[in-house]
Design a protein. Structure first.
Length: 191
């Protein structure tokens, strides 16, 4: 193994100390190669320029034009959709406003019908109550008349007994009836 390492070391020394390899420069920096390098540079530049101007740039330009046209058409379509949605929103607001007006008119009409029905019912109830009151007043008047007649009869029956007991005299029936009638008339006028 040592022999092999010595052999490799000698080869490395011989390559490094080779005076012939030291005289030559790095090929791209060699002055003798400049004209051929410039020729190939110019030829490559012209070929790339022609390739780019004839093939690549027209394709890129057409792609950019197509993209620009697509963007413009998308923007125009978006504007149409926006206008359509604005019109739909306006129609919706108008429909909502009309529905609200119809609902308010319906509510007002229902309120008026309800008020009219309540008024008619109130008048009907008032008429029934008035008729009942009139009946009750007639009944009260009839009963009052009956009660007064009873009072008159009771007074006519009891007054002679009371007068006889207090005074000892017996009054006549005509005097008693006249006195009871006078007292009842005064009570009617006072009351």
């Amino acid at each position: 193994m040592c022999a092999m390492a010595e052999k490799d070391a000698k080869q490395i020394e011989s390559i490094e100390h080779n005076p012939a390899s030291a005289q030559h420069a790095f090929p791209p920096f060699d002055k003798q190669n400049f004209p051929s390098q410039l020729f190939w540079l110019a030829l490559t530049f012209i070929a790339l320029y022609l390739l780019m101007s004839r093939i690549a740039l027209p394709r890129i330009s057409s792609i950019l034009d197509a993209r620009r046209q697509r963007i413009e058409s998308d923007l125009a379509e978006a504007q149409r959709f926006k206008e359509a949605s604005d019109a739909a929103i306006a129609a919706h607001h108008k429909a909502v406003a009309e529905a609200r007006e119809r609902a308010q008119a319906f509510a007002s009409e229902a309120r008026e019908k309800g008020a009219a029905a309540a008024q008619a019912r109130r008048k009907e109830v008032d008429a029934k109550l008035t008729a009942r009151i009139a009946e009750a007043e007639k009944t009260i008047a009839a009963r009052r008349s009956a009660a007064i007649a009873n009072v008159h009869r009771i007074a006519s029956d009891t007054v002679p007994a009371i007068v006889e007991r207090l005074t000892g005299l017996t009054p006549t029936t005509d005097d008693v009836n006249e006195a009871v009638s006078n007292v009842l008339k005064r009570r009617k006028l006072d009351g």
